[in-house]
Design a protein around this ligand. Structure first.
Ligand code: SAM
Length: 300
């Protein structure tokens, strides 16, 4: 790892080049960008501001911190946990091992919910983020919908603690409640037929496929956030069934599902059987059916 040497001046530019080369040598993805994220975090500036600072000297403690962070990343720890924050839509969220790192595709799930004309017309929609993790979905919805009443649910006390910290840091703590659905039964949290929307990115990877995930994910992110049981759909099925009880007539459900194991088809069928109509699949940027949206019918 770059720890100096006598010759070149230890500027930010030198440190970025040396760190990127170190990452390249250790097979780290996107070595230059990763070095920049790390430096931007340490210098408390935006990544785009680094170019203008390339010639500035790096103080010794910052060089040492850069080296420590780089070694953790080269050893396989996700960048987002090392720098302790990551952006999700217009929010910067605290990220650590307590919860899944928010993924860019989940921003599309939030966009889908936010594009609902029916929900947008409501002054104070009641919305649940089921499996909230870092709180990313609940907090992004709260930021976008000032009147919404939002609850984030999880079974992990660690994840809920992180979500509450994020809400506090973003000034949204008064607007979003986070509840442990493992210790409080769902029918004690909500009255049936009263929710306007449920949005969820639950664990959906089949157990056997979890074991084959990249070590960076497997060794650092919580298995509880990934493992959806034998076919990956255990929690998804539970959410669909509960949604049919909890949503108001015409209430809306937005789900992220596993594109690789083809869950959109069987889950669409289940949703129709449960009384949702219409049920629609939506593609991600790679063209895979990754999201489902469904509205609970008015009745038969
Ligand atoms: C894939 S992570 C998603 C986290 C966050 N919503 C995101 O998009 O980054 C799934 C989350 O669901 C939680 N979870 C797992 N099983 C659950 C269950 N039966 N009920 C509620 N939450 C659950 C996990 O603890 C984890 O935080």
């Amino acid at each position: 790892m770059p720890d100096g040497g006598s010759a070149p001046p230890r500027t930010l530019g030198w440190s970025l080049d040396a760190t990127a080369a170190f990452f390249r040598g250790h097979g780290v993805d996107s070595p230059r960008a990763t070095a920049e994220w790390l430096a931007a975090r340490l210098l408390r500036c935006a990544r785009g501001e680094l170019a203008a600072r390339r010639d500035r000297a790096m103080p010794e403690p910052l060089l040492a911190a850069m080296g420590r962070g780089a070694r953790r990343i080269a050893a396989g720890e996700p960048l987002q946990y090392v720098i302790g924050q990551w952006d999700f839509r217009d929010l910067t969220l605290r990220t650590d091992r307590r919860a899944l790192i928010p993924r860019p595709e989940t921003e599309m799930l939030v966009d889908l919910a936010l594009s609902s004309p029916r929900l947008r017309a409501m002054e104070a929609p009641r919305v649940v983020d089921y499996g909230t993790g870092s709180g990313c979905i609940a907090l992004a919805l709260a930021r976008a919908w000032p009147g919404a009443r939002i609850v984030g649910l999880d079974v992990s006390e660690d994840a809920l603690a992180l979500a509450r910290e994020n809400a506090e840091a973003l000034g949204l703590a008064g607007r979003v409640a986070f509840i442990n659905v493992a210790t409080t039964p769902i029918d004690e949290i909500f009255e049936g037929g009263t929710l306007d929307a449920i949005v969820s990115n639950p664990p959906y990877i089949p157990s056997a496929a979890v074991d084959r995930l990249d070590r960076k994910v497997l060794d650092h992110e919580p298995r509880l956030a990934l493992d959806g049981g034998p076919d990956g759909m255990a929690v998804l099925r539970q959410i669909c069934e509960e949604a049919s009880m909890l949503l108001a007539p015409e209430g809306e459900l937005y789900l992220e599902v596993d594109a690789e194991s083809g869950q959109a088809g069987p889950l669409s069928e289940l949703l129709r059987e449960l009384g949702f109509d219409p049920v629609r699949a939506h593609r991600d940027l790679a063209g895979h059916d990754r999201f489902l949206s469904a509205s609970l019918s008015l009745g038969v």
